[in-house]
Design a protein around this ligand. Structure first.
Ligand code: SF4
Ligand code: SF4
Length: 117
């Protein structure tokens, strides 16, 4: 299946869709299983320039609701392949590539403490 391209052409950053930059129609199954590193965004350093959102080759970065107070972009980890292009394009150093196994262990630990907390 070919990627679906949006008909609407945004003229400003605020006109870009809230979800990912384009519909990744060819990503029909989760493909993150073989990722060895993952991008982690530091909301303190993120200025919302959306360059990572625009450059991600799989279109898996989406605009995060600023009202939620968690930064301006987020990554859909179900589909991120860990290529690191977003880290290279980010001028403020807001993106770090983190070892996937360590990130999964940390998530599991947080889930466990959430269940018992
Ligand atoms: S490129 Fe960096 S500063 Fe710009 S939106 Fe992405 S994470 Fe934020
Ligand atoms: S690591 Fe690659 S696939 Fe994952 S969000 Fe960054 S640019 Fe997109």
């Amino acid at each position: 299946m070919k990627p679906y391209l949006r008909d609407f052409i945004p003229r400003t950053l605020s006109e870009l869709p809230e979800d990912t930059s384009y519909e990744a129609g060819y990503l029909v199954t989760k493909n993150a299983g073989w990722r060895s590193i993952r991008p982690v965004i530091n909301p303190e350093k993120c200025v919302g320039c959306l360059q990572c959102y625009l450059y991600c080759p799989d279109g898996v970065i989406y605009k995060w609701n600023e009202d939620a107070g968690r930064g301006k972009v987020a990554v859909d980890y179900d589909f991120c392949k860990g290529c690191g292009i977003c880290r290279r394009i980010c001028k403020t150093g807001a993106i770090s590539m983190v070892d996937e196994k360590q990130a999964l262990a940390q998530e599991a630990s947080q889930e466990r403490s959430g269940q018992h907390g």
